[in-house]
Write a protein that binds this ligand. Structure first.
Ligand code: SAM
Length: 236
């Protein structure tokens, strides 16, 4: 599978406003203190756990695992370049918070079950396990036609993934994280060129360029939309 390299690089997802708002959401669902131990699976540049560590100065640095190490990965956390399942199998350390944000769809169904079970095992008593994925119905991600088609295919797969997760977790809470995103059209076009989202990874250069032409016509110079994530929360 082709890899996602330009996910949150200089986009609203890396902005302090987005991360602060994400932190507010987490804080409304779990408690943080100096002793909190955090694992972020598929952490990307580790912007989220880096922010949390700056804020709470945890006794143990949060751990972020990802199969890709981006150049500007945050330095104030422990980063492991490794497959998440491999990491969880080899380490018996337990965590108070395990985050899987916009990453679960990278795993096969069989691996998702393994991942979920390992995360449950590695969760401390009263720990919280969060799984975030894109909102599936009426998703507002600014798209061109082919991108929308691919996105919808991926969201249909997410639907199946989610029922698999819920079946496995048995007890869970469903919540939504909503963020009002604003992005300049010229910056959004750069993001598309860099294939910032997984539904763009397999498109050809020609398809991307045609898509950009569509975006130029379809959107105003400032693009506004609501970035909504569905969240499944499991507590031990
Ligand atoms: C869409 S990004 C999300 C990054 C981050 N969680 C966020 O929300 O900003 C998905 C990340 O999952 C990582 N990933 C994919 N498969 C993985 C695996 N098997 N083990 C660890 N990380 C993986 C990708 O490399 C990518 O950085």
């Amino acid at each position: 599978m082709k890899q996602l390299k330009n996910w949150d690089n200089k986009t609203w997802l890396a902005s302090t406003k987005y991360i602060s708002s994400f932190h507010k959401f987490l804080k409304s669902k779990t408690k943080f203190n100096k002793n909190t131990k955090i694992l972020d699976i598929g952490c990307g540049r580790a912007n989220i756990i880096s922010f949390l560590h700056k804020k709470y100065q945890f006794k143990e640095k949060p751990i972020g695992v990802d199969i890709i190490k981006n150049d500007n990965t945050k330095k104030n956390i422990i980063f492991k370049k490794v497959d998440a399942i491999e990491f969880l199998k080899k380490n018996d350390k337990c965590f108070d918070i395990i985050l899987v944000k916009q990453t679960i769809h990278f795993f096969s169904k069989r691996k998702i079950i393994t991942l979920i079970n390992l995360c449950k095992k590695r969760l401390n008593k009263r720990g919280t396990f969060f799984i975030f994925s894109l909102k599936r119905k009426n998703n507002q991600i600014p798209s061109f036609q082919l991108m929308k088609k691919k996105l919808n295919q991926s969201l249909r797969k997410d639907e199946q993934i989610l029922s698999l997760i819920k079946k496995n977790l048995k007890k869970f809470e469903n919540k939504k994280f909503k963020y009002k995103a604003t992005v300049e059209k010229k910056d959004y076009i750069k993001m598309i060129k860099k294939r910032y989202i997984s539904c763009l990874i397999t498109l050809s250069k020609k398809e991307i360029l045609e898509g950009i032409n569509e975006i130029e016509i379809k959107f105003n110079s400032l693009i506004k939309f609501e970035d909504i994530l569905e969240c499944v929360i499991y507590r031990r």
